[in-house]
Write a protein that binds this ligand. Structure first.
Ligand code: GTP
Length: 457
């Protein structure tokens, strides 16, 4: 996991807060000290750390928790909100056909990242071709050619050619049928004028849709000024931070880059072609704090401050069965603890799953394995398919099965369970006591799933 140590420290701070019977000034002082230590150890800039912890302290001492929320939960929410601010703006990379140019320094991981991006885009149904425009480093051509073979994507290069611009022009033409073209440019040993001129020239003459700066997390806080220099010179569209797995300085790199207002779109988390993640600050932070899907939790927390009727309406929406594959996965992920999933399904007044097959013990016991498998399949679907499962025809199912490496049978099984779940959520709606229990749970402002579990015992 990326930022392991920081994650462990923050999780234990969260546990300490939720475990304390009351929150006084000393507790808050102690907690903010521990947050400072954890962030500084992850190489986050001192000024940023002090600003964050002073704000947490000031808010925790002066703000009142909203009705129905405990002081402990509120402090956790404040820490989450303030940490989110140093992770940058929430910006999703637009997964659409485009030409992407990767720029960066020697050895920061551009070539490897080109291959990782190709695999990621192809899993989303976007055919991808790589263009070898690194004309300086011996072996760069072969390395990219090898990588494109590994990920089975398109490739263009001219081994003997020394004019990068010419290769890029020919490559764009040669790969015109590919939805995404990725240009791997020459690395440099510093952000020197030569690199800036070359990038300027390719930008001007080729006009790629997106320029991404690939930077190594081991640079720590130094990643910020480097990204800023290049951003000022060639106006990069975003950043990819590589080697987040291999360093304790990832926190410094992440927060420093976030500070220059250039979005971090992806992070590299290992040497293999699958070791890349689309970077989303909220999800990244939720995982770091071990809080599951904080987004959905925050949504529910917000709803408890609404009137009875509005709370009723939001429950109805949840149970109306009007949800898509993304929503279904979020629900599954929340109940991913096998024990809880067993109790959750066991307690629901489901009886029979529509179509006559009841959820039996063994199925639930394999819940974890099933979730892992389903995540791989869902990751191979385009956003459009996730939001519109009805478009999934035989051709799309075949592509998803191939992209995820899972058989078509598993893809069809996932869809069958999705449809069964939609029907079930509708049947729950008619069941008053389940709805009452869930509503009390929400109103109580206490959203630890264990509570839900205890109610289901
Ligand atoms: N642990 C880890 N290693 C990585 C990651 N990304 C790249 N690497 C490794 O870093 C080294 C350099 O990667 P390259 O892709 O060759 O770097 P480059 O930026 O293309 O280098 P130049 O072409 O010289 O500019 C290789 O050994 C990669 O396997 C990552 O996310 N994690």
């Amino acid at each position: 996991m990326v930022l392991d140590n920081l994650s462990e420290s923050l999780k234990s701070i969260m546990r300490k807060i939720s475990g304390s019977s009351f929150i006084d000034k000393d507790t808050i002082k102690e907690v903010t000290k521990e947050i400072q230590r954890a962030l500084l150890k992850a190489d986050v800039n001192v000024k940023l750390v002090l600003k964050l912890t002073n704000t947490v302290q000031e808010r925790a001492l002066n703000e009142k928790p909203p009705a129905g929320m405990t002081a402990q939960d509120y402090i956790i929410r404040v820490i989450y909100e303030e940490l989110l601010k140093i992770l940058g703006t929430d910006s999703n990379f637009d997964l659409k056909p485009q030409t992407i140019m990767l720029v960066g320094l020697y050895g920061n991981g551009k070539t490897t990242t080109a291959g990782k991006l190709a695999r990621l885009f192809m899993k989303k149904g976007l055919s991808t071709g790589l263009i070898a425009a690194d004309v300086h480093r011996p072996g760069a051509f072969e390395q990219l050619q090898q990588i494109s073979g590994d990920v089975n994507c398109g490739f263009y290069g001219e081994k003997e050619e020394k004019n990068a611009l010419k290769i890029v022009r020919n490559g764009i033409k040669e790969l015109e049928d590919f939805k995404i073209k990725i240009i791997d440019t020459s690395g440099r040993d510093s952000l020197d004028q030569e690199l800036i001129d070359e990038v300027h020239e390719i930008k001007e003459k080729i006009n790629p849709d997106t320029v991404l700066f690939v930077i190594d997390a081991t640079l720590g806080q130094q990643a910020g000024p480097q990204a800023k220099t290049l951003h000022d010179a060639v106006n990069i569209d975003g950043v990819i931070i590589t080697k987040m797995d291999g360093t304790g300085k990832a926190g410094g790199a992440l927060s420093a880059v976030a500070d220059i207002q250039s979005p971090v779109y992806f992070i590299g988390t290992g040497e293999h072609m699958d070791d890349i993640q689309i970077f989303n600050p909220k999800k990244f932070l939720s995982r770091l704090l071990g809080m599951g899907d904080i987004d959905a939790l925050m949504e529910v927390v917000k709803e408890t401050n609404i009137t009875e009727e509005e709370a009723e309406a939001s429950l109805d929406k949840l149970m109306s069965g009007k949800f898509d594959l993304k929503d279904m996965y979020d629900v599954w992920e929340k109940f991913a603890k096998p024990g809880l999933l067993k109790k959750f399904f066991g307690a629901l007044p489901l009886g029979k799953m529509p179509g006559g097959n009841k959820l039996d013990e063994s199925q639930l016991d394999q819940a974890d394995e099933k979730l892992r498998l389903y995540r791989v399949i869902l990751d191979s679907m385009t956003f459009y398919e996730l939001e519109n499962p009805d478009v999934l025809n035989a051709k799309r199912i075949k592509r998803i099965a191939a992209g995820s490496g899972q058989g078509e049978k598993n893809v069809r099984q996932l869809l069958k369970e999705y449809n069964a779940m939609k029907k079930n959520m509708k049947s729950i709606k008619k069941n008053r006591n389940f709805k009452k229990m869930l509503k009390t749970q929400l109103k109580g402002g206490n959203f630890s799933l264990d509570d839900l579990e205890s109610k289901m015992l």
